[in-house]
Design a protein around this ligand. Structure first.
Ligand SMILES: [Zn+2]
Length: 337
């Protein structure tokens, strides 16, 4: 399956050992809380029509109160953009911003800055968070030190190494005849459905996790598990792994706690879908295309699945209900961490 992972950082390459000192021409990404600083696109003068950017040509542009050395003491290396080293720099929450700069949450930047920059913005937030949460050794409590030859911190006392946390999570589109399984979490807005998703647990293979999540969330067995695509989802640190699988038995039985409703939807009665570009949406779009191609190749043979579109369980909500829908599977995962 062809899926463009919008938070995959492909415009930076890492060079280790990282530079000893912050280079004069370094490119900075300013991070505050879980957002980044954006230079707004200009509509005037020589920069007319310029695109908003998260990369700051830092020093000539910084106001007097932003002292370079002070601000960049804890700059975190992100990688090189061409020949220029890029760093994330955390700025104090009360620091006033110069004209033309504004803070933004990372997801709100989708479609506003170039795709590569969106991914770098997410990486910058993620790395600043990693840095904040690994300042002291988790085993002995000593202050950690950065490792210059890889993205890691080491404890000088007990030598424990801390890497950025990465949480693998699966998302799976389950097929049954001409329908797919979608689920609705407890507390989700009416009409919001997504695919089964969840974190991989210690001791599991990825396939075990797919089977377990479908069994836990919908009560059914599956077979023919096939990997499709992956996507970094850095909110805060997931790596989403997308699969398709086929129904293999059992009746839908949502647990009523995490999942309040699980429903087979056919192609003509899908709920409001998650945004374009999400892995959830890519899996569904891929299935829609395959299912349309299959229908076109056998026009005299309508869906042979009598359950299609009507085999609802749980709250029995109609698939025609709609609401604004985000990539809820991922947000549920986030909430669970
Ligand atoms: Zn230690």
């Amino acid at each position: 399956m062809d899926h463009r992972a919008r938070f995959a950082v492909d415009c930076l390459h890492k060079q280790y050992p990282e530079p000893d000192r912050l280079p004069e021409d370094a490119c900075l990404v300013f991070v505050r809380d879980r957002g980044v600083c954006v230079r707004k696109g200009s509509t005037e003068g020589s920069t007319k029509g310029s695109t908003p950017t998260i990369f700051q040509a830092a020093f000539p542009d910084l106001p007097g109160e932003l002292k370079r050395d002070e601000l960049t003491r804890d700059a975190r290396y992100l990688g090189h953009r061409g020949a220029v080293a890029c760093y994330a720099v955390e700025v104090p929450g009360d620091l006033p911003l110069p004209e033309g700069l504004a803070y933004s949450g990372v997801r709100e930047l989708a479609g506003l800055v170039p795709d590569g920059e969106l991914a770098v913005a997410a990486l910058a937030v993620q790395i600043v968070d990693y840095d904040r949460t690994t300042r002291f050794c988790g085993r002995c409590g000593a202050a950690t030190e950065p490792v210059r030859t890889e993205r890691a911190k080491i404890c000088p006392s007990c030598h424990r190494i801390a890497y950025p946390r990465l949480s693998p999570a699966i998302i799976v589109l389950v097929r049954k005849g001409g329908s797919i399984l979608m689920v609705r979490g407890g507390g989700a807005a009416p009409g919001r459905y997504s695919l089964v998703a969840g974190f991989v647990e210690p001791g599991e293979t990825i396939e075990d996790a797919v089977r377990r999540e479908v069994r836990e969330e919908a009560g059914i067995a599956i077979k023919n598990i096939r990997y499709c695509a992956s996507e970094p989802w850095p909110f805060p640190d997931s790596l989403m792994l997308g699969f398709v699988a086929d129904y293999d038995g059992g009746d839908i039985a949502p647990d009523g706690v995490e999942i309040e409703s699980a429903v087979w939807f056919d192609r003509d009665h899908l709920p409001v879908l998650p945004p374009q570009l999400s892995l959830t949406r890519a899996l569904i779009d891929d299935w829609i295309a395959a299912s349309a191609a299959s229908a076109a190749s056998a026009p005299s043979s309508p869906s042979g699945d009598p359950a299609a579109g009507g085999d609802a369980a749980g709250d029995g909500r109609s698939s025609s209900q709609s609401s604004a829908q985000d990539d809820r599977s991922a947000s549920r995962i986030n909430e669970g961490r």
